[in-house]
Ligand binder design. Structure first.
Ligand code: PLP
Length: 420
């Protein structure tokens, strides 16, 4: 059945499985072959060339080599694309590999266009430039700031995007809800300011269940599939939903740099998709309860949770179908309180990552956002919680026993000055 006519819960269960009936199997097949028999040199070679340039394997040429194509990976990509209402999906070995490929592919596409224009008498547009709306996941911020990928970067806020754009801008990057403060960015507003330049939205926190950036004008919707997509903390992966044309550019970079997702990862992530809608809804309901409970706790200074400002016209209503299951808080007792709190939890695990069935807690300034420039780094009293599938009363009891000893006194300024 055409997935266009199905609701997301049905797409999550059936997407990417269209060929299983013909194969005579019910569960997802896992193909671990690193190489594939070639029909003959000519047809195998043509298929190789097609994939090296970002295309598909040729029907009579086979898929040649697993760095170029794998059917288990392709099924996962197809399912994710359907959930994101996009033409294509391209899967990578991690979320950061996906981000790297998106930047390199945007740069390569712009350079090819500039080259063609220069041959027509046009002018080259200088060093490729990326506009990045902060806050971003610390790894993304680090990658952009590192200069490793040969792009200049302007970091800005949502409303500074138009002013940051240059002739040489090849990509605009944003994250919403953003890691770790859950800031919402208006995707349509940024797309309008980008004036035709591709906008990439990191959709990891929202998942395709709560937000579809492509439908709001973004060119790419990126996921660290390691998080909610897989949902069980046992597979690292990344995936980008986009147009088929953009997918070609991404697959070309992926083939050249060797960043394809491993098929076992694809199998686990594809299986994870089947329960994504119910996991997200259930975790989100617990997060709502926990965010409200935290707002009344004397040790908590502020709760960061989309929509907690109560504004009915908020972006949450316009571009999302729910706030998600991530919550951040600042503690009145500063870094010392954050340190004691993260060490005292028992049901929550003190660990980085997020989006799994079990609840996690971590301190972004010391860990996930450590490489971020000091002016953009989260505060030393900020703690991030990923709410899992445990009973919400048990989670609150755990938070209560860990928070209550902290009291509500202000931090010692000498201790605060000495950390981070
Ligand atoms: N984007 C966001 C919002 C993340 O939280 C992360 C990782 O935490 C990434 C991207 C990077 O993904 P990965 O760890 O799969 O490389």
């Amino acid at each position: 059945m055409n997935s266009e006519f199905l609701n997301p819960d049905s797409v999550a269960v059936h997407g990417g499985r269209e060929d299983l009936q013909a194969l005579g199997v019910h569960a997802l097949p896992l193909d671990l072959s690193t190489t594939n028999p070639l029909p003959d040199i000519e047809r195998g070679g043509d298929s190789y060339e097609s994939m090296a340039l970002g295309g598909h394997p040729l029907a009579d040429g086979g898929s040649v080599y697993a760095r170029l194509w794998n059917p288990t990976v392709a099924r996962f990509e197809c399912a994710l694309a359907q959930l994101e209402k996009a033409q294509a999906g391209v899967a990578f070995s991690s979320g950061m590999a996906a981000m790297t490929a998106a930047i390199l592919a945007s740069k390569a596409t712009a350079q090819a266009t500039a080259h063609a224009t220069a041959q027509d008498g046009g002018r080259s547009t200088g060093q490729p430039h990326v506009v990045a709306v902060r806050p971003l996941y610390g790894g993304t911020d680090h990658l952009l700031a590192s200069g490793l990928l040969g792009v200049e970067v302007t970091f800005c806020t949502e409303n500074e995007v138009a002013a940051a754009m240059r002739n040489s801008t090849v990509l605009v990057v944003l994250e919403t809800p953003a890691n770790p403060t859950l800031d919402l960015v208006d995707i349509r507003n940024v797309v309008a300011q980008a004036g035709g330049v591709d906008v990439l939205v990191d959709n990891t926190f929202a998942t395709p269940i709560l937000q579809n950036p492509i439908s709001l004008g973004a060119a790419m919707s990126l996921h660290s599939a390691t998080k909610y997509i897989g949902g069980h903390g046992d597979a690292v992966g990344g995936v980008i939903a986009c147009s088929e044309k953009t997918a070609e550019a991404l697959r070309r970079v992926r083939a050249i740099t060797g960043a394809i997702l491993h098929p076992l990862g694809a199998y686990l992530l594809h299986r994870g998709l089947t329960t994504l809608p119910i996991r997200v809804r259930s975790q989100q309901e617990s997060a709502r309860v926990i965010a409200a409970w935290l707002a009344n706790h004397p040790a908590v200074e502020k709760v960061y949770f989309p929509g907690s400002d109560g504004d009915p016209r908020s972006l949450l209503q316009h571009q999302m179908r729910g706030p998600g299951a991530m919550v951040a808080i600042t503690l009145r007792g500063g870094f010392d309180a954050a340190n004691r709190f993260t060490s005292a939890v028992q049901l929550f695990t003190h660990a980085v990552s997020l989006g799994g069935v079990d609840s996690l807690i971590q301190h972004p300034a010391a860990l996930t956002h450590r490489p971020v420039a000091p002016e953009a780094r989260p505060g030393a009293n900020l703690v991030r919680l990923s709410i899992g599938l445990e009973d919400v009363a048990d989670l609150i009891a755990d938070l209560d026993q860990a928070l209550s000893p902290l009291g509500c006194s202000a931090p010692d300024p000498r201790v605060e000055a000495a950390v981070l």
